[in-house]
Design a protein. Sequence first.
Length: 170
Amino acid sequence: MTLDLIDVRDLVGHPGASKTESLRGTVEALGTELARVPEDLPIGGLLLLESVVEGILVSGAVEGVLQLHCARCLKEFEQVFSVPIYELFVSEPDPDADDYPLDPDGELDPEQMVRDVVGVELPFSPLCEPDCLGLCATCGGDKNLGACPGHQQIDPRWDGLEQLFKQTEH
Ligand SMILES: [Zn+2]
Ligand SMILES: [Zn+2]
């Protein structure tokens, strides 16, 4: 399943006409290792579609849920997003412009637009909390859960070895 096409036959060629439509559907394979849009959760948002001389002007917002992994502690968490949209769909897009193509049959495919606007909003380094402490370099434990019990005391069996290291350092 992907995003539903939006029928704009009633708008094409009628500058000044407008209507609102909801985004419906899902997107596949949108995201990075640490931040992605789940393929089984719907994308939403309300769009205002306005017929202009050049084509169809789309404004509004894309909304959904991001599945994130904390860049420090790797914990998985979710975050809702709402990204503003202001894009133009034209029947013959100029390759040098950022416009999107409008299907000659009068259907507007919002998928590429959604991929682009959500793609640039994906956090490069998501954090579960702004002050996440991350993982312990010694034991790999989550430092947000408190002190690591595992290596608070050094295993007595290593005491002798440690003394040896200290001596050889000097
Ligand atoms: Zn974290
Ligand atoms: Zn530790």
